[in-house]
Design a binder for this molecule. Structure first.
Ligand SMILES: Nc1ncnc2c1ncn2[C@@H]1O[C@H](COP(=O)(O)OP(=O)(O)OP(=O)(O)O)[C@@H](O)[C@H]1O
Length: 368
């Protein structure tokens, strides 16, 4: 298992160190009044992270962790309470920063009367692109997302995967260097997920930086080079997935033991005496060789269990270590955050007024 405290496992040599998304000590407090009085929600509590040029950075966290709030601040839709957030060195929300970011919301709505091409024309116009530029860019993007040849069909005919790939194309219309994707593969079948993943791969290869929010851990493992795990408004861990899911940590260990001349009942009795957690039958698989699984995570714990098996006069026939996964890392981080304080009230406050957005980020909604 991973260490319990917040830790950073950055390794500067393995990726570009040019910070595209730079966040320091960011806080966001929503406050307001209800019939019970004043309520405050600390949605972000001192968040710091960097996403570097050319990487796919994943933001993970359970519901209410603060992911959407962070993304809204990066896009300039919500104002932070304190701390700094910048994109390409420009304050998040400034016109300069917005011009360099494309956004795919979780549920992009493209009017049903559109074809893929007319939708891109619409978004291109919103980004104040010329007609020639729109045609050129649409051709490029339709090919990139694999919708060439389908561009005159009504989006009504589109599968979810095609719709999502069109969403990626709209986010890319003004050729931003940073793409912010909110749950890009949510609701897609395996084929659709694979198609979207392939587009993301091609974008990464072309040098774009991708910042994505997802709760599908297997997807994140496949797509992202680095991740931040958030819970209760804080970053619990940040770094390369391989580093976070440390190879020397386990999630569980399976033992196989036996004892000369002992019946299965005697063997079970000896095991239960030494490992009280095996009182439940579901944890113990009976047979001449008994099998059981313990939730051990460190080598020391494994050594200790082996010592106990030997002291009980049992012989160890087999030992299988299951290495920790990103899910184990995530669950541990979330468990830890739950043991900390932070009961928050939930009252919306009126958010800042939303300035006209240039570029394809115009599809962002003022979600209060
Ligand atoms: N406008 C708002 N007014 C008051 N509280 C809010 C507002 N927006 C979000 N919150 C609260 O802030 C906290 C963080 O919410 P946020 O939507 O950022 O989390 P999230 O990680 O994106 O969750 P989810 O995965 O469910 O979308 C939650 O407790 C949420 O209820």
């Amino acid at each position: 298992m991973v260490g319990l405290a917040q830790r950073s496992t950055e390794s500067a040599n393995e990726h570009s160190t040019t910070s595209v998304v730079h966040v320091r000590d960011l806080t966001k407090t929503y406050s307001g009044w209800s019939f019970r009085g004043r309520k405050v929600v600390n949605a972000l509590r001192g968040v710091s992270l960097d996403a570097f040029r050319g990487e796919v950075f994943g933001l993970l966290g359970p519901n209410g962790a603060g992911k959407t709030t962070l993304i809204k601040i990066l896009l300039g839709v919500v104002r932070s309470s304190s701390g700094t957030a910048s994109l390409f060195g420009k304050p998040a929300g400034s016109t300069d920063a917005r011009m360099q970011v494309g956004y795919l919301p979780e549920s992009l709505r493209v009017d049903r009367h559109h074809t893929a091409r007319s939708a891109l024309r619409y978004y291109g116009r919103m980004s104040r692109m010329s007609a020639a530029e729109i045609t050129r860019r649409s051709d490029e993007l339709l090919e990139l997302v694999g919708l060439e040849g389908r561009d005159r069909e009504s989006v009504r005919q589109f599968s979810k995967g095609m719709y999502q790939r069109l969403g990626l194309a709209q986010a890319l219309m003004h050729d931003p260097d940073l793409l912010v994707l909110d749950e890009p593969t949510d609701g897609l079948d395996p084929v659709g997920r694979n198609e979207v993943r392939m587009v993301i791969d091609r974008l990464r290869e072309s040098g774009k930086t991708i910042f994505l929010n997802s709760h599908i851990l297997q997807e994140v493992e496949l797509i992202c080079s680095r991740v931040a795990i958030m819970a209760k408004g804080k970053i619990c861990a940040v770094g390369r997935i391989d580093d976070l899911v440390r190879s020397e940590s386990f999630s569980e260990v399976q033992f196989e033991v036996t004892q000369n001349n002992a019946s299965q009942e005697e063997l079970a009795l000896a095991l239960r005496h030494n490992f009280p957690e095996l009182l439940l039958d579901e944890h113990l698989h009976w047979g001449p060789v008994m099998r059981f699984i313990l939730p051990l995570s460190t080598q020391d714990q494994v050594n200790h269990a082996v010592d106990r098996i030997r002291e009980a006069g049992l012989s160890l026939r087999g030992l299988t270590l299951k290495h920790a996964s990103l899910e184990d890392t995530f669950m541990e981080a979330v468990r830890m955050s739950e043991t900390q304080d932070g009961a928050d009230g939930l009252v919306p406050e009126p958010e800042m007024s939303i300035a006209p957005i240039t570029g394809s980020t115009a599809s962002i909604e003022a979600n209060t």
